[in-house]
Write a protein that binds this ligand. Structure first.
Ligand SMILES: [Zn+2]
Length: 85
């Protein structure tokens, strides 16, 4: 299932829930550099250079460059890549 980053509206179809409930965020994924820039992911939640595997952004098959922490919001339409804001 796809989820949305509450703060940036970016949609991810590959993500992992944090078990540590004391974290500011509840979910992490990995993203490529292009998506991090294009979707304006928050620098404060981006762990640069630490990602591996395939980018978690919907529709992107690039090799991931970074880890990204976010607070998730469930979405019904996995094709919507941007927020309405
Ligand atoms: Zn990507």
């Amino acid at each position: 299932m796809a989820v949305k980053d509450k703060e940036t509206g970016a949609v991810f179809d590959d993500w992992i829930e944090y078990e540590d409930k004391e974290s500011d965020t509840d979910t992490w994924t990995q993203v490529c550099d292009a998506c991090a820039k294009c979707l304006h992911l928050l620098d404060s939640y981006l762990e640069v250079g630490a990602g591996q595997g395939i980018c978690g952004v919907v529709g992107c098959q690039n090799e991931a460059d970074h880890y990204y922490d976010f607070t998730r919001e469930e979405v019904n339409n996995a094709n919507s890549r941007t927020s309405k804001a």
